[in-house]
Write a protein that binds this ligand. Structure first.
Ligand code: PLP
Length: 455
């Protein structure tokens, strides 16, 4: 405990924490995680915690994979770094690109590498603008994203994302960069009114067409969306939505950019969320599960039309020192091998995903605090409700979800509070027994929260 106290003091003295309220953090003291194995992590006091968030939606293969540590050490000894700028690259970088082409949807065979989801999405904006210029359509400069979309924290990613607090933090309600537009999130339970899910899918997608027509298709470069919106609260679109989005993008020659940072690498029981929804993106962002978080790496997949334009467009004046970092690439490829060799995608589709959905779905059906369960595969959101009978949502500033999160943590489960929803995204290696434990602890946390709110 002294050890933890000392660490917390140093943390308090020197760290700026992403997405935390500085004052609250001082009162509470940060959770210090020091070890991991399988689906569990241990804090600095030695408490074992079931990681219901796979780190930050990323540790798909679970903790403690010595083979990944060995691959990293071997590559570091052989060649810790070389760049891709000097008409150069490295064997692990080439090997990863070729390996990725095997698992990504057909037609998405060309990759650009970066270090984070934010950088990948920021890169997309620059590269797509360049693409349209090379194609002779330089007026296509506007991008359309969605409310509650999350695409990262760089200026372009915040602008195309739909997280109001991120934009309001310094822009007082204005979108940060010009040329970024938003349509509503396809959340039927909240916005569907009297419409059937099928009708709502159509009307939510029609917002995209309306926006394209308003801006003029000749001015629209691309639409970007997560297959299921993760950080927005696991917002799962109703059936038919993505097919309709695809149709509209094709009709207006607007690029369909799918952000697979959370949904990629097996999360929904397919390699990518686009495959889960049966659509063919033009551009796809990957990060997180690409290396299961063992090292920072991200990639953008482009179709051959874009690839050809980028190749013929002169010098590509874009890239990062660590684009295609050999150690990260070697680890990412070994991570893909684990996902494949252990059949984690199929297991998520056929066994653990259905069981997880059944168990979490049952909690949502039974628990008076929960209005809706959302998500697919091993990704779930539970919507907390002030009064589910009359479909009354908690007010935006409600602390219900935070209480639920803190109670879960005290009981040994890490779950995340997003607005007034709880979200779960465990490692793809989770067992039935661990899903039972996760469910039991979730119910304990919901019960305690309901009691505080007199529900
Ligand atoms: N895109 C999505 C869908 C994400 O969920 C995230 C992070 O949570 C990002 C992009 C940003 O990735 P990073 O935090 O690696 O920059």
């Amino acid at each position: 405990h002294n050890y933890t106290r000392e660490l917390r003091q140093l943390d308090d003295r020197h760290n700026i924490h992403p997405f935390c309220d500085g004052k609250q953090l001082i009162e509470r003291g940060s959770t210090i995680i020091s070890r991991g194995e399988g689906c569990y992590v241990w804090d600095s006091d030695g408490n074992r915690l079931l990681d219901g968030m796979a780190g930050l939606w990323c540790v798909n293969v679970g903790y403690g994979r010595n083979e990944l540590a060995d691959v990293a050490a071997k590559q570091m000894r052989e060649l810790p770094f070389y760049n891709m700028f000097f008409q150069s690259t490295t064997p692990p970088q080439i090997s990863l690109a070729a390996r990725l082409a095997e698992v990504t949807p057909d037609g998405l065979d060309h990759f650009f590498f970066a270090n984070s989801g934010s950088e990948a999405n920021d890169s997309i904006i620059r590269m797509v603008l360049h693409f349209w210029k090379v194609e002779g359509q330089p007026t296509k400069r506007h991008f359309i994203g969605r409310n509650l979309g999350y695409h990262g924290s760089t200026m372009a990613a915040v602008s195309i994302g739909g997280m109001k607090p991120m934009q309001d933090m310094h822009a007082a309600g204005h979108e940060i960069l010009p040329g970024f537009h938003h349509i509503g999130e396809p959340h039927w339970y909240r916005h569907g009114g009297d419409q059937s899910p099928e009708d709502f899918a159509k009307s939510a997608a029609a917002e995209l067409e309306d926006k394209i027509i308003e801006l003029g298709a000749e001015n629209v470069a691309g639409f970007i969306g997560e297959p299921i919106q993760g950080a927005g609260g696991v917002i799962e679109p109703p059936a038919g939505y993505w097919k309709e989005i695809e149709r509209i993008c094709r009709k207006h020659d607007v690029l369909m950019i799918v952000d697979e940072v959370i949904c990629g690498f097996g999360r929904l029981g397919e390699w990518f969320g686009a495959q889960y929804y049966g659509v063919q993106p033009d551009v796809m962002t990957m990060a997180k599960g690409l290396s299961s978080g063992y090292l920072p790496i991200s990639a953008v997949a482009f179709n051959s039309r874009i690839n050809e334009a980028l190749r013929s467009g002169g010098v590509l004046s874009h890239g990062y020192t660590y684009s295609g970092h050999p150690v990260a690439c070697a680890v990412a490829e070994a991570n893909i091998d684990i996902i494949e060799n252990e059949g984690l995608v199929e297991r998520t589709r056929e066994e653990t995903g259905p069981y997880f959905n059944e168990v979490i779905g049952q909690i949502a059906a039974d628990h008076p605090l929960v209005g809706e369960k959302r998500g697919a595969g091993l990704l779930a959101g539970l919507q907390l409700m002030q009064d589910r009978g009359s479909k009354t949502f908690f007010e935006a500033g409600s602390t219900a979800a935070i209480q639920c999160r803190e109670t879960a943590l005290e009981n040994g489960l890490i779950m995340r509070a997003v607005g007034t929803a709880m979200v779960l995204c465990p490692p793809l290696t989770i067992t039935r027994g661990e899903i039972d434990e996760l469910a039991e602890k979730t119910v304990m946390a919901l019960d305690a929260t309901a009691k505080v709110h007199g529900i």
